[in-house]
Design a protein around this ligand. Structure first.
Ligand code: HSE
Length: 430
């Protein structure tokens, strides 16, 4: 058997400790699969004295994670520090400069600096892998890079933030408003230290940008993701969408269109009977559509100790096996700068509005849609006792600019009470 692969592990939080557990507890299995032993040579964390429930006594210790990069007894640096810059990026850059392979779970760093880091890694002849950065334990980076390498990818879709999916499904099942469920998620420890990373769609947007780079052979373009969080999703919309056969999800979609690369992370309606519509709780789901394979659905835990450490180990085992895969599935220098789609892909929309209950009000609203060439698929008017009529419209496929113009025209009719809510409906077969 070849000599062991020696790890320098930076970050001993939940995921780092999970990696230690697997390396210690599954040594024989890992060695059999990798063809060589996998060992931890040295670790680094903010506090040395904390009891993490694992034995670290046999490992070297570095107060400064960047020092791991220079150690002669480290072959692979495992970066689990987090943060898009600072020590995490310093460590990865130092590791590459010292000729070490790198495994990271850091979506923010790669979404913002992935191209530079991938180019630097390739120039130095080292690998930089990130399975754990996207959807935790779901091997979607591997699926795209390896399993679907023979396909032209038609669409990448997914629920990639478990916290948002927890909040939306709990609002739905318990009939609770956003603020109440947000507080509940916080008390359960689901939210990131900066909750806007979760509920603002940023964390999931980072993940989508990384998958899109692999799927379409383009440079990572987080700035090109049209981002909208879940903060304004109301319990009323969740209920009304349910009445029409939909569920509300924070959905990421990346598609290469004739108008360029369309990437969005936003609250969307999906058919209640579709795999995405049935996804409850803090689970993640990634759907990959390829021209040869059709649709692949991957579902699993998007966070947590075991699932994320499992993904980190998959990259480590690949490196131990001698696999030298490019960071984004093809040489970094060959990745193209994507043209950002000038307008999103047309889709059906859900429109909820309150109308004054008087003759001709509905006709005026319908005319605004008709004037923009938007056809109504379904419509429902709810019980009303107060002089205001709640109305729901599901349109046929329309472009967002046309819909926005129609909504603007509605505001000028004088029959609207308050602002309409417009949510995209993503078309997904059951
Ligand atoms: N906060 C993320 C989530 C996990 O809730 O899915 C880390 O990306």
């Amino acid at each position: 058997m070849s000599r062991p692969l020696r790890l320098g592990l930076a970050g001993l939080g939940t995921v780092g400790t999970g990696v230690v557990r697997i390396v210690q507890g599954r040594a024989g299995l890992l060695a059999a699969r990798a063809g060589r032993a996998i060992e931890i040579a040295a670790v680094s964390a903010r506090r040395r004295d904390r009891d993490r429930g694992v034995d670290l006594s046999g490992y070297g210790w570095e107060d400064d994670p960047v020092a791991l990069a220079a150690r002669d007894d480290v072959d692979v640096v495992v970066e689990l520090v987090g943060g898009d810059a600072g020590p995490a990026k310093d460590l990865v850059e130092a590791a590459i400069a010292h000729g070490k392979d790198v495994v990271t779970a850091n979506k923010a760093m790669l979404a913002l600096h992935g191209q530079d880091l991938a180019e630097a890694a390739e120039a130095r002849g080292v690998v930089l892998r990130f399975e754990a950065a996207v959807a935790g334990g779901i091997p979607c980076v591997k699926a795209l890079t390896e399993g679907l390498a023979g396909n032209r990818i038609e669409r990448v879709m997914g629920v990639m933030n478990g916290t948002c999916n927890y909040i939306l499904t709990r609002m739905d099942s318990a009939g609770l408003p956003y603020d109440t469920v947000f507080a509940e998620a916080k008390s359960l420890g689901y939210l990131e230290a900066d909750p806007t990373l979760d509920v603002g769609g940023i964390d999931a947007g980072h993940k989508l940008a990384l998958l899109a780079a692999i799927a379409y052979g383009t440079r990572v373009d987080f700035g090109g993701v049209a981002l909208e969080g879940i903060e304004r999703v109301s319990i009323e919309d969740i209920r009304r969408a349910g009445d029409m056969g939909f569920r509300v999800k924070l959905l990421g979609v990346a598609q290469m269109t004739g108008r360029g690369l369309d990437m969005r992370m936003s609250p969307c309606l999906v058919p209640a009977g579709s795999p995405l519509g049935q996804l409850d709780g803090a689970t993640n789901m990634v759907l990959l559509e390829g021209d040869a394979v059709g649709r692949i659905v991957l579902r699993g835990a998007g966070a947590g100790q075991g699932p994320t450490a499992s993904a980190v180990l998959s990259d480590i085992v690949d490196i131990a096996r001698g696999m030298r895969l490019s960071t984004f599935g093809q040489p970094a220098a060959s990745l193209k700068t994507a043209t950002r789609a000038s307008a999103g892909t047309p889709s059906p929309y859900y429109l909820r509005m309150d109308l004054q209950d008087k003759p001709g009000a509905l006709a005026k609203i319908a005319a605004c849609l008709g004037d923009e060439g938007i056809s109504i698929d379904r419509m429902r008017q709810y019980d009303h006792a107060t002089g205001t009529a709640p109305v729901l419209v599901v349109t046929h496929r329309a472009s967002r600019p046309a819909l926005d113009r129609a909504v603007e025209a509605m505001a000028g009719t004088g029959v609207l009470v308050g602002d309409p809510v417009a949510l995209r409906i993503e078309e997904i077969a059951d």
